[in-house]
Design a protein around this ligand. Sequence first.
Ligand code: PRX
Length: 636
Amino acid sequence: MSNYHIKNLEEYFQIYRKSVRNPEAFWEEIAEEHFQWRRRWDNVLSWDFEKPEVKWFEGAQLNISENCIDRHLYTRANKTAIIFEPNNPDEPAQHISYSQLHAEVNKMANVLKSKGVKKGDRVCIYLPMIPELAYTVLACARIGAIHSVVFAGFSSTALATRINDCDASIVVTSDGSYRGSKSIDLKKIVDQALEECPQVGTVLVAERTKNEVVMTEGRDHWLAPLTEAAIDECPVEIMDAEDPLFILYTSGSTGKPKGMVHSSAGYMVYTAYTFKNVFQYRENDVYWCTADIGWITGHSYILYGPLANGATTVMFEGVPSYPDFGRFWQIVEKHKVNQFYTAPTAIRALAKEDLKFVEQYDLSSLKVLGSVGEPINEEAWHWYNNNIGKKESPIADTWWQTETGGIMITPIPYSTPTKPTFATLPFIGVQPALMDESGQELKGNQVEGRLCIKFPWPSIARTIWGNHERYRDTYFSAFKGMYFTGDGASRDAVGYYRITGRVDDVVIVSGHNLGTAPIEDAINEHQSVAESAIVGFPHDIKGNALFGYVILKDEAHERNQDNLRAEINRLISDKIGPIAKLDKIVFVPGLPKTRSGKIMRRILRKIASNDVSNLGDVSTLLNPDVVDQIRKIVGV
Ligand code: PRX
């Protein structure tokens, strides 16, 4: 039995028990045998969830880019590391070998160095899904700079907030990006953002769409001439195990986005190990994750996890609907994809279309299907299983978070029997607990509660950039001595976990985490708005959509309501990004509040979901009449 590659359910249970009984010995063995270290650790794990502080492989030295690239050159130099599939199907795909990847990453690393970037500096990356994105991420890792990738769908304000929060002094972007039939002027968005970021002295611009851009003298540089002139050898920076590798922002239920900080060694070990097992990756398989590298899924399971295993990973620039709804399946056929990893929202959108978009392609290469980002509903699960996997490719419904760095609850394909809507069993080393609201752990099966994790795993985020107190308050204060996920979950009769959704004010829209408070802050800046409350409600394709209750200022009542709705959504688009736009906006005279002034979101959620059978006792509210008024306006 190899602990590194789980092959059946019995092995899963044996390895799981080992990993929980003696986590240090278990992870030490995995780390020792599958990675390249420049110095061995002195101590496998030290931790204290009260502080909170977690350290894995302390004293060890390594470089993750060396583990993802250089060490494969001995045996896999000509193997394809990345298949770049462009937005336009007529543009040829690029097969980037490990030796080419090595050269490109080294050149990029030398370019960054030539612009003064040093170990520990923050580099903001705002790029579409083009090879330069992968090169820049890995180049940062190579020289020990901390990358902060911002999804290229975020607005200039959102970008500026993220640049300033981590005090990045350099931004890597492109002239534009292709998204289906549209192109987006990314450089212009960067220019707008940088009006708020005086510390940014360098902008490197990759050429993609060839649209006209304004280059600011002295600050902005085209990337290509710099990389062409750069040397393709750059020694790796030797990193300590706990040195930060990257920052990735995620929305909180309140306040500004949280810059989750991930470490070097623990993150590497855990993403590599989960990748190997959750996707049952074998040498020469072609693996494709459809996420954007701007999210944690792309960090861990397009780049780091696959590359650490010497895998071939597909990077797709486009969208599932362009040039038609068969695009995903055409790519599966074209590259003979073996493992396919996507989000339920994409599955639901494609399931609505004619089956001919699926049936015209040969999907027989597929062996494993993955799902991530939100609960997968039963209908979508069956559609995926029947039409894409042809009931032969197990579905790994993988539950995890930006904060966890890697997959936490998931079936192991071909080992764990799957069950629709259940993420099933904890991954090796993961110790979940379900808690009741009074803070007691719910033991045994057939229980439902708040999902916590009792023991550290190697890729847990170490802090929130610049705000360790917020890290403690958000994740370690609700349940003593435990990491609280913010999700609810149930455990069935055999111990399988089912994630029931967020229990805080975060709404998952099309697989994107959106805190409601920042959206309310954006709306409240509208001159006609007095107050607002946002809640989620079920949506056929997006999983959840956003419903806005808005109180207008007196003078605004004369205004055309449709115009106001459009203005509010434009404001949200500008401040956060189009993904945060509201599906429904109603103008209400007030919001239901408790006597202490807290908005009763539970009531608003029920009204938005057209589920008013059990609104509970509203008589104790500060303003009980408002509930009926709102119901009348919404029509439920
Ligand atoms: O609510 C859970 C949901 O997505 C949240 C994490 O979002 P984010 O940090 O953006 O990371 C998404 C990709 C890992 C979780 O708290 N979520 C993620 N995967 C699942 C899920 N909910 C149910 N089932 C899943 N498989």
